[in-house]
Design a protein around this ligand. Structure first.
Ligand SMILES: CC(C)=CCC/C(C)=C/CC/C(C)=C/CC/C(C)=C/COP(=O)(O)OP(=O)(O)O
Ligand SMILES: O=P(O)(O)OC[C@@H](O)CO
Ligand SMILES: [Mg+2]
Length: 245
């Protein structure tokens, strides 16, 4: 994706949010089979039986949409997804979330068919205390210090992490700043996922323009599935203009 300049979208389905069967189906129908789109499933407290069920429901409606797990802990792994963001919280200094959960998860992942995507996860100050901030007990990066963010992202890149997820926290008051996205995308080749508080087409476009490869949408599309349709049309038009579809 970084190579082609294509822009992508990921829908975050949090199994802890009460998803009516009809709501999930409506969202998945909007999503259709649009190719640079995938589904992330995760949340800070998710219990495994919820997780299995939600992944099954998604697969039942949208057989071809890739479903990636976005785990808050080793308890949030299930075999019926396609892959897992193997996230290490590199903005924090909590050893359990840098490497501890990963050690516990590794033997389970080795036995599963899940594709493992090594991902540096950077939490930014999104203007209010997010669940990830609380659950991880780690200090978020400032949103107005691109040089600190870049140094952290570079460290992840040099350690071999292949994707970077810039996170402002679910429902953030302010998304990750464009100056942060620009600094990281200018200097590093890893595909960038950016999420947290992105709740309008204008914010999506600003993140893409700054260098995000994939914009992650959670709360906003649960409230308003029409936003997903708008964003997908916009991505499709942009990707067609690159002549890379
Ligand atoms: C690799 C494995 C198995 C685990 C990684 C564990 C790590 C590093 C977690 C990072 C810190 C953390 C607690 C992340 C939560 C990830 C997540 C799914 C966030 C989305 O949840 P929200 O939607 O923000 O939470 P709320 O719905 O509670 O607001
Ligand atoms: O729910 P929102 O605010 O879109 O956030 C999405 C995701 O980045 C949270 O982990
Ligand atoms: Mg949530």
């Amino acid at each position: 994706m970084r190579r082609t300049g294509k822009k992508g979208v990921a829908c975050l389905i949090d199994p802890d949010d009460r998803w009516l069967e009809s709501e999930l189906e409506c969202l998945l129908r909007v999503a259709g089979t649009f190719s640079p789109l995938f589904i992330l499933v995760g949340g800070s407290l998710v219990q495994q039986q919820n997780l299995n069920g939600v992944v099954d429901r998604i697969k039942c409606v949208s057989v071809h949409l890739p479903v990636l797990l976005f785990p808050g802990s080793v308890l949030q792994l299930t075999d019926n997804a396609d892959g897992v963001l193997y996230i290490s919280l590199i903005s924090g200094r909590n050893p359990d979330l840098l490497i501890g959960q990963h050690v516990l998860a590794a033997p389970l992942l080795a036995k599963s068919d899940l594709e493992v995507l090594p991902t540096g996860y950077l939490l930014f100050d999104g203007g209010k205390i997010s669940s990830v901030h609380y659950m991880s007990q780690s200090v978020p990066l400032p949103n107005d210090k691109p040089e600190l963010a870049l140094a952290t992202a570079m460290a992840g890149h040099f350690l071999g992490l292949q994707f970077l997820y810039l996170e402002a926290g679910s429902g953030a008051a302010r998304p990750v700043s464009t100056s942060v996205i620009e600094a990281i995308s200018f200097h590093l080749p890893c595909p960038l996922l950016v999420g947290g508080g992105i709740d309008s087409l204008a914010k999506v476009k600003a993140a893409w323009k700054a260098g995000a490869d994939v914009v992650v949408l959670g709360n906003s599309i649960k409230k308003n599935p029409d936003l997903l349709a708008e964003v997908l049309h916009s991505a499709e038009a942009y990707n067609l203009s690159l002549n890379v579809n």
